[in-house]
Design a protein around this ligand. Structure first.
Ligand code: ZN
Length: 292
């Protein structure tokens, strides 16, 4: 059974970062942190909460490959479900699974399943009472499980919770672990190129570049790989790419990012994305070689 540690936040943090007590715990919601940074483990996430999270967010348990840490009592109404006054925030208990790149992903998911089982039993609930963050709000969370990272899909997670042995599909796992893409080098940036880039940069793998704004660059993408929003948070994979190529990491695609990518890859520099495009061809070639 996963080791469970308590590092409960102060009453002041409960006042400032939750709706307070009164959570009936009708369901348990599973999240994944979205933070692949090395060291972004359960202890780091628990500490963020202890020290008053700068974000208006809170959750009950953080889990990694070593342990589970409780930050809020079960009967507190935490801000984890992005649904404002509920019912996710007000009636559901929350578990965040860490996806830090220096952690063992499968062990973390297994630990999360064991904790979920323990909490379901404690609150006289069943596996049917497990929810995804996505069930409360249209956010792609828990993103890695939803994308079947390492061959572990939601249904597999539910099986783990019930103690059934789960056969991880080794072929799917190998594909996820491989840094080499198998892209058609056609200069067209669509879902396949996004997926390969996400795998290469070890971010959420779903083929979607989220929260972009309309401009001549984002309009030049193919398929439905661009997800338009208000550009508030931008995209994680684009942030990682921007860091790699040495430009402002705001997660938003535009002329400056394309210009930086053209310089980085040594193609014609005009800060424009053609349909199809030379810089995308070079990006695809590099992803296929596993050498970006
Ligand atoms: Zn979530």
């Amino acid at each position: 059974m996963v080791k469970l540690k308590k590092q409960l936040v102060s009453e002041h943090v409960i006042d400032e970062r939750s709706y307070g007590y009164g959570n009936p715990v009708n369901t348990i919601t599973i999240h994944q942190t979205g933070n692949t940074n090395a060291g972004a483990d359960a202890q780091a996430h628990a500490n963020i909460q202890t020290n008053m999270n700068s974000r208006q967010a809170s959750w009950h348990y953080s889990v990694d490959d070593k342990e589970a840490i409780q930050s809020f009592p079960d009967n507190v109404q935490c801000w984890h479900a992005t649904d404002g006054g509920g019912p996710g925030n007000t009636t559901s208990l929350s578990i965040e699974l860490c996806i830090n790149s220096d952690g063992d992903y499968e062990k973390t998911v297994q630990n999360g399943a064991e904790l979920a089982k323990e909490l379901l039993d404690k609150h006289h609930l069943t596996v049917n009472d497990l929810r995804q963050h996505h069930d409360w709000y249209a956010k792609n969370c828990p993103a890695q499980i939803r994308a079947g990272k390492h061959g572990i899909r939601w249904n597999d997670f539910l099986n783990m919770v019930q103690g059934k042995s789960v056969q991880v599909d080794t072929k799917v796992k190998a594909a996820f672990k491989s840094k080499k893409g198998n892209l058609t080098v056609d200069g067209k940036w669509g879902n396949a190129t996004t997926t390969a880039l996400q795998e290469y940069l070890d971010t959420v793998v779903d083929g979607i570049i989220s929260d972009q704004v309309h401009n001549h660059v984002t309009e030049a993408f193919y398929g439905d790989t661009i997800d338009f929003g208000d550009g508030d948070e931008g995209s994680l994979v684009i942030k990682h790419l921007q860091r790699k190529i040495g430009t402002k990491a705001d997660g938003l695609l535009g002329p400056n990012t394309i210009g930086a990518l053209q310089k980085y890859l040594g193609t014609v520099y005009d800060k424009k994305l053609s349909r199809p495009s030379l810089v995308v061809k070079e990006l695809q070639r590099r992803l296929n070689k596993g050498n970006l």
